[in-house]
Design a protein around this ligand. Sequence first.
Ligand SMILES: [Fe+2]
Length: 288
Amino acid sequence: MGNTVDITPFYHGPTNSWSYIVADSTSRVCALIDPVMDFEIASGKVHPGFANQLLEVVEAHGLSVEWVLETHIHADHLSAADYIRGRTGARVGIGIGVHAVSQLFEPVFNLGDRHPDVSEAFDDLFEAGQTIPLGSSLITVMAVPGHTPACVAYRVSEAVFIGDTLFRPDYGTARTDFPGGNAGELYASIQQLLALPDDTMLYLCHDYPSHPQSAPQASCSVREARDNVQLQAGDMNGFVRFREHRDTELDTPKLLYPAIQINLAAGRLPEPELEQQRFLKLPIFVDP
Ligand SMILES: [Fe+2]
């Protein structure tokens, strides 16, 4: 599996998200996984405060950022991928299923020519099983669809960055009610992760601490993940019934439309219009 890696997790409190620096121990080459861009919906303010914290650590350790890897098109935060690409020259990659996500959202935004072209926005679209060089280490791409069709996990050394599949064992699993989501596929993807060796560490994309005072959890072992509270129905049918019912009770994420619109462009903001002002498009739904 190659060399060892050093993993530094960063928690983005406003969106309960984890971003990671994954550095090859010998070459000091690194990848940033799911870096978050700060965004305040009320004011429309976008700023790279959190992403800069990652870059400060990169610089302090003399690392060179070769990759920004997205596990999927996030619906609850903006990606800082394009910002980090601009600062470091890193390549930005995501699973090839992003084509399907893009097509599903095309009619939602109706942006015409301005709809993001994912082949152009991302430098690499990964197939399942593809390997990504990271210094003397190799990252292997695992397709883990279900939450979205683009979901991939990144396996390197004894660690896997699992995106939105499993959360903390006592919290549960990812929702599957976004366009292209599928509870049966998520079940199969989770089984693929749980079949990994017991001591493999799974790095989460989110954690939602039960109490404001509790520290968020970044990872758990495969052994611990097998006790996930939402996997106790035993088989796929039981999980699908549970997941689909649970999804009917969930609220739409606050940043869904801004996040998908910008993240399909790998975090690149829309081109400025009037007086250098940038705009997003927001669909509205009128109850008859
Ligand atoms: Fe997600």
